[in-house]
Design a protein. Sequence first.
Length: 279
Amino acid sequence: MQTSRLFDALPDAFHGDPHTGDPVDPRWHDIAEHVSGFTSPNELAVLNLAAAVLPADEAYLEVGTFKGRSLVAAVQDNADKTFYAMENFVEFGMAGQEAHAELKDNLKRFAGETDVHLLEGDAFTLMAKPGLIDRPVGVYFYDGEHTLLSHYLALAVVEPLLADEALVLVDDATWPVVQRAHRLFLKRHPGWRIEATWDAERADDPRWANGLHALVFRRVPGRRRGMSRTDEALRGYQTTVQDRVNKVAWAAAHRFPGPVKKAASVLLSRSRAIGGDDH
Ligand SMILES: C[S@@+](CC[C@H](N)C(=O)[O-])C[C@H]1O[C@@H](n2cnc3c(N)ncnc32)[C@H](O)[C@@H]1O
């Protein structure tokens, strides 16, 4: 997609500077109020605009849907677009059935007839399955697990799926761990740049939650489409060893009181302090 269309359209979507102003459309505050979740109204405005400027022959892909807040916002007035959403129902000790039912209900209430393909499972496994997404991904929103490796892989695994020009939006990007992953990734992968950063002034900032960064990918002509052997090995580690550690840690964090819960929480909350040092 022509990614400049998003940045050209932004001034009309916000009262003043998006960093400090509210979205013009009140729906994003309403959705944040009525659909449980973590994304903030300003983020929802950007996601919706990204979907609006996406051409119909490309897909919108979201990783980390939870109960559907970000997805519900993206689909508004965009029923002519194709949406894919990946969710493994692991985090927050979600009782799978309960979260799943709430997501389905929110999609029914707020997404209407929009073409939403909900893909359940681990995104790093799903994204590597050939043919799962029927068209190039023009907009990708990553709001899944937040470790250094997962944020690195969030870009590495999606790259082969992206359109020759694509917009990549990453949530919680004010966290040092996310920015470090982006630095590591961009150093090793040509064609990427960080185009805009809407940072949070504090944790769970009412406008930008924990920050949203917009990256633009332009495929380098002649470059092979596919992951490097190193990235493939990292993906292998994430989808076998790390995935199991995460499941056990999230379950422990929510089931056990005292020291086990504390240890699990430490393991799961690496480098998230806004203004903290992760370098
Ligand atoms: C912060 S929540 C997403 C919030 C949501 N976008 C919103 O607007 O409220 C992160 C979600 O990512 C999911 N997740 C984490 N790692 C994942 C993975 N590897 N594959 C699929 N989903 C994952 C978690 O289960 C959790 O529901």
